[in-house]
Design a protein around this ligand. Structure first.
Ligand code: SF4
Length: 611
C-alpha cells in the first residue's frame, strides 16, 4: 500500500474495508498471469463480502494459475471524497493496482439500486463509464447476476452481460478473452466472437426500435448475434466447482459465517418471485457434498456458524437426514447451524427440534398476503391453518417472537386484504394466549414487516402495473389503523425505494440516460442506503431526460407487447407466464413441481430433475 493511501485511510470510517490482506485472499505474481480480473461488487464491503456468488467466482477464477481475480467494492462517501480530492483511483484489494491495470472489470448485479454504483466505481477507477468510449479490448466491462435478466437499463455502460450461472460459463469466455489478448484482437472482434457463446449477451450488437406509443417495435441482432440469448445452467450441482475456503474479513460484515448452498431453483412458483423463476430448474446437492464442503469451509475459515442457503431449504428432499448428518458434525465442533429459508407449510416438529438448539431468537415466516384469496392470487400455497400450526409449534417449542413478512400492492389487492394482515397477526396473538402450555410468564410479540411489491421480469406479474406511491401509502396507513394489539408491531421499507426499483426493474435502454444523469449531475450513488438515497434527485433526472416513470412502473403490459427482455431466454416460456397471470386474476393456484409439472419450459434437454 502506498504511504499516501495509508495516510488517507487513517481519516475514514472503518478503514479495514479498504486494506485487503484478509485470511485466504489470493495474491499472485502479476508478471506470471495472463488475465487480470477485477471482481467488483457495486456496494459497500460489508454487503459484498457476504455475497456467496462473489466468493464462488473469486475462487473459481483464481483456481487457474494464469488468471488472477481481485475484489473491488464501492467506497463509502467519506473515502470517495478523499479519493477524488487526492486523485487516488479505485483499486483491487489484493494488489492495490487501479482498475486501469485490469483486463476485465466484472460486476455482479444483485439489485437495481446498485446501478449508479457501477458508474461511480468505473469512474473512480479511471475507466470511461460509457461502453462506446472504451475502444480497447483491455478494460472490458462485464456484468452478471440476477438483475441482468433485464440488463437493458445498463446497456450503455456494459460491454458483455453473462446470463445464468457463472460457474458454467466464466472460464469459457475468459479463455476466449485470453486468446483475444494473446492474438491482439480488437474489442469488436472479441465481442463478435463472444456473442456466439451460450449465455453471453453483447447489447451493442442489438438494435432496438420503438412504436410511437413508446413500446418496443423490434429487437434486431446484428453481425451474427443470436436472436435469443439463453442463460447458462449447471446441470449437476455435485459436479460443479465448489470453493473450499472463503476470504475471512477483519471487520464485521452482514453475514459472518460459512454459507453452503444446498439447492438451486425452486419448485414453488410464487407468482411475484423473480428468483423462483429465473433460477429454475430445481436441482439439489448430495448430503455428502454439502457435509464435506461445510466441514472444509469451517476448517479453512475458523467460522463457527454454517448457514444453509437456498430459496427454500425445507424443500430439500432429504432435509431431516441432511440436518441429522450436519448436526452430528456441528454439535461435536460447537458450530451453529442456521437455516434462513424455511417455508411455513413444511415447518415440522422435527425441523424445529433440529434448529431449536441453535436459534434462540425469534422465527420468521413469509405468508406474504393477509387473506387466502390473495395468497391464492400470488400462488403462495400456504393456508391460514398452516400459518397457525407453525406458530403453535414454535410457541410450544419455547419461542415467543414471530416475525411475519407481507407485501403491500400485490395485484388485485383490496383494503380487505390489507386489513387481513392485521387480523392474521391478531389471531396468532389470540392463539398464544389461548394455549395452556405457552411459555409461562412471557409475552408474545408478533412483528409485521410489510414491503411494497415490485413487479419483476420473468414472473407472471411482469405484465402488471405497480401501485403508485400514493396507493401504497394509503395501504400502509390502513394497515396501521387495523392493528388492535400492543403485541403486534409493524414496520416497512421506504416506499420511495420500491418506486425507483419498480421503474428500473422493467426498464429499457432509454433509462440509461437517466441513470447517467442521476449519477453524474445529481450525485446519486449508494442508493440502497437510506442515509444516502435521494429520491427527488432521481425524479429530477427522469424528468430532465423526458422519461415518464409511470410508463415503466404503473402501466399494464399487454400480453403481445415486446418486453425489453423478451430476446433473453431464461428457459421460462412467455406463454406459461401469461397463463399464470391469467390464473392469478381468477385466484386459481398452480401445484408445485413435485405435485405436477406445469410446463414452464425449464426442464432441460437431457432431462434435469426439476420436481
Ligand atoms: S419444467 Fe415443470 S417441473 Fe420443471 S420447473 Fe418447470 S413446471 Fe417445474
Amino acid at each position: 500500500m502506498n504511504p499516501e493511501l495509508e495516510k488517507i485511510l487513517m481519516q475514514v470510517q472503518k478503514p479495514s474495508r479498504y486494506t485487503g490482506g484478509e485470511l485466504n485472499s489470493v495474491v499472485k505474481d502479476k508478471s506470471k498471469v495472463d488475465v487480470r480480473f477485477a471482481f467488483c461488487f457495486p456496494d459497500e464491503y460489508s454487503v459484498g463480502m457476504s455475497h456467496l456468488g462473489m466468493k464462488i467466482l473469486y475462487s473459481l477464477i483464481n483456481s487457474r494459475d494464469n488468471y488472477w481475480c481481485e475484489r473491488v467494492f464501492a467506497p463509502w462517501t467519506d473515502f470517495e471524497a478523499l479519493m477524488r480530492e487526492k486523485g487516488i483511483l479505485l483499486y483491487g484489494l489484493e494488489s492495490f493496482d487501479p482498475l486501469t491495470e485490469f483486463d476485465i472489470i466484472g460486476f455482479t448485479m444483485q439489485y437495481e439500486l446498485s446501478y449508479t454504483n457501477v458508474l461511480n466505481m468505473l469512474d473512480l477507477g479511471g475507466i470511461p463509464v460509457l461502453a462506446k468510449d472504451r475502444t480497447q479490448l483491455k478494460g472490458l466491462v462485464v456484468a452478471g447476476g440476477p438483475c441482468v435478466c433485464n440488463p437493458e437499463p445498463l446497456a450503455d455502460f456494459i460491454d458483455v452481460f453473462i446470463l445464468g450461472e457463472g460457474e458454467e460459463v466464466t472460464l469459457e469466455w475468459m479463455d476466449l478473452y485470453a486468446q483475444a489478448k494473446r492474438e491482439g484482437w480488437t474489442k469488436d472482434a472479441f465481442l463478435r466472437a463472444a456473442c456466439k457463446i451460450e449465455g453471453v449477451y453483447v447489447p451493442s450488437l442489438y438494435d432496438i426500435s420503438y412504436h410511437d406509443d413508446g413500446t418496443i417495435a423490434a429487437v434486431t441482432p446484428r453481425e451474427g448475434a443470436p436472436a435469443k440469448v439463453r442463460k447458462r445452467v449447471v446441470a449437476d450441482l455435485d459436479g460443479m466447482y465448489l470453493p473450499e475456503n472463503f476470504v475471512v474479513p477483519y471487520t464485521e460484515t452482514v453475514h459472518d459465517r460459512a454459507v453452503v448452498e444446498v439447492l438451486r431453483g425452486c419448485i414453488r412458483g410464487c407468482r411475484f418471485c423473480q428468483a423462483g423463476f429465473i433460477c429454475r430448474p430445481f436441482r439439489q446437492r448430495s448430503i455428502g457434498s454439502i457435509r464435506q464442503q461445510s466441514q472444509s469451509l469451517c476448517e479453512s475459515t475458523g467460522y463457527e456458524e454454517i448457514s444453509l442457503s437456498s430459496l427454500s431449504t425445507s424443500d430439500y428432499t432429504e432435509i431431516e437426514q441432511l440436518l441429522s448428518d450436519l448436526t452430528d458434525y456441528t454439535e461435536g465442533e460447537k458450530i451453529n447451524l442456521s437455516l434462513p429459508s424455511l417455508r411455513i407449510d413444511n415447518f415440522s416438529q422435527e425441523v424445529l427440534d433440529k434448529i431449536k438448539k441453535v436459534r434462540k431468537s425469534g422465527l420468521t415466516f413469509a405468508p406474504e398476503a393477509g387473506t387466502q384469496r390473495l395468497r391464492d392470487v400470488i400462488n403462495k400455497n400456504v393456508t391460514e391453518d398452516e400459518v397457525m400450526t407453525s406458530c403453535r409449534i414454535a410457541f410450544e417449542g419455547g419461542y415467543t417472537a414471530v416475525k411475519l413478512y407481507f407485501m403491500l400492492g400485490l395485484p388485485t389487492e383490496t383494503m380487505e386484504d390489507v386489513e387481513g394482515i392485521a387480523q392474521l397477526a391478531q389471531r396468532i396473538v389470540d392463539m398464544y394466549y389461548g394455549m395452556e402450555n405457552r411459555p409461562k410468564g412471557k409475552a408474545v410479540s408478533v412483528s409485521i414487516s410489510a414491503s411494497s411489491f415490485v413487479p419483476k421480469p420473468f414472473t407472471p406479474f411482469q405484465f402488471e402495473p405497480q401501485d403508485t406511491m400514493e396507493q401504497i401509502v394509503e395501504k400502509q396507513k390502513r394497515l396501521v389503523a387495523s392493528i388492535r394489539s400492543r403485541k403486534i408491531s409493524c414496520s416497512w421499507h421506504d416506499v420511495h425505494v420500491s418506486v425507483l426499483e419498480g421503474i428500473l426493474a422493467r426498464g429499457d435502454r432509454r433509462l440509461g440516460a437517466a441513470i447517467y444523469k442521476a449519477w453524474k449531475d445529481k450525485g446519486c450513488r449508494l442508493d440502497s442506503w437510506d442515509e444516502v438515497f435521494r429520491f427527488d434527485a432521481w425524479m429530477e433526472a427522469f424528468a430532465e431526460c423526458g422519461i415518464d416513470t409511470a410508463f415503466y412502473a404503473n402501466r399494464r403490459r399487454s400480453y403481445d407487447e415486446i418486453l425489453p427482455w423478451d430476446h433473453l431466454d431464461y428457459y421460462i416460456r412467455k406463454d406459461f407466464l401469461i397463463r399464470e397471470d391469467e390464473k392469478a386474476h381468477e385466484a386459481a393456484t398452480t401445484p408445485n413441481c413435485r405435485q405436477q409439472c406445469s410446463g414452464c419450459g425449464a426442464r432441460l434437454e437431457g432431462g434435469v430433475y426439476c420436481g
